[in-house]
Design a binder for this molecule. Sequence first.
Ligand SMILES: *Cc1c(COP(=O)(O)O)cnc(C)c1O
Length: 495
Amino acid sequence: MTQKPKAVRCLKIAEPLLFEKSRKGRSGFVVPADPFADVGDGIPAEHLRGELTGLPDVTEPEAVRHFVRLSQFNFGVDTGLYPLGSCTMKYNPKINEHVASLPGFARIHPYLPDEAVQGALALMWELERYLGEISGMAGVTLQPAAGAHGEFAGIRIIRAALEKRGDRRNKVLIPDTAHGTNPASCTLNGFSVAEVKSSDRGVLSAEQVAQVMDDDTAALMVTNPNTLGLFEEEIGKIAQVVHSRGGYMYGDGANLNALMGVSRPGDMGFDVIQFNLHKTFSTPHGGGGPGSGPVGVSAELVPFLPIPRPIKTDQGFRLRTDFPDSIGRVRAFFGNFLVMVKAYTYIRELGGEGLAQATRMAVLNANYVRALLRGLYDIPFDRICMHECVATDAGLKKQKVSNVDVAKGLIDRGFHPPTVSFPICVHGALMIEPTETETKEELERFVEALNEIRDVAMTDPDQLHLAPHNTYVSRLDEAKAARDLILTADMVGKE
Ligand SMILES: *Cc1c(COP(=O)(O)O)cnc(C)c1O
């Protein structure tokens, strides 16, 4: 009999599907027989829906309990430590939500004339300048709706600039530590991708880049710090190599929370970067929620930015479209405006010194976790890291315990798992990004849990193979939901 870990902060209530709770004729509210009797003829018959089928019949409390319970099965930054590497699941100050919900922001309509939304345009214009200042870029667009979308727009800008100078180039260089969205953004823009191997120090060498850089290469696309949490030490030299052959430097700025207020991608030689406002500048994300992926460019590339652009004129702020070299629109209207409001609030709240302090704390926290894990887990690049560190399951292999088992064991102990099996160049990776918003005690509890999991791996590995035990459902078939979609009510129960 294998032991179960002791229960932590969890209430297990079996919750069936809403369709299984359904009883014919039950409902949450009753609409008057003819709700439109007093508005004349009411809605024409052809626009009225007849019988509603396929929806569950439940009472209001049943519906409320159902969704509140489901929300409690979930885990979020407001529930506990969420050290999902590369994703920056930092705590989001509630003041951001408050400001974004002010009616003047939340209820404006995108078709309102410029004169009626001067405050919103001023906010966008100022946010562009803050982001430009933080990153060292000359111009910024706020339009893209996520990091990957920003990458797409940024690479499209590089393509447009090359076309403008009549220079047809076909490929983009990407290191083996890259996020999966990087090659996708290049492919969608019609470029092929060539991989650059990082050195045994886990970073790029200028020499290596020089060997593969040629006149057919449009850009080198890198994240600095990279997804191993390591600062690309030769980035200045690498930028020189790429520029000397007429290529552009694209910076995946998703890891800007390791730099902001301390150093600037523009000063490192990047020509284009994207920001992930929902990561670095604190907006709740994951689960498909709205994001925002602004793009910053060097002075040379400003004419190619998407339109419309907010411009300050003598008559106030105006959205202008008269930029003939622009790549055009990449998003309906202006992008996810309320995410911009949150990022603006966050930047104003912290100020320049506050942003730098957040960066220092993020780096300190990652290094503290790395130091505490030393001797407990294999750490392939055990030197000063930036905002995240990578451990592996190498020490647990003989017990047949994998990084995924460790992740499931963490769920039982009240923590969200770190990112597993990424970056793909590290076998059995556990990529940990504690973020600056965690206390020293919380980080120690996290490492204590990892230490306990390691002990369990040595004495009772099956406990981990069967984990998690403290959740409503245990091991899921992670591929089934994607391969066997059930989307309609009448299929429920037929499985
Ligand atoms: C998150 C992330 C992305 C993609 O950003 P999304 O907003 O999820 O599209 C790209 N690169 C890196 C390094 C990331 O961490």
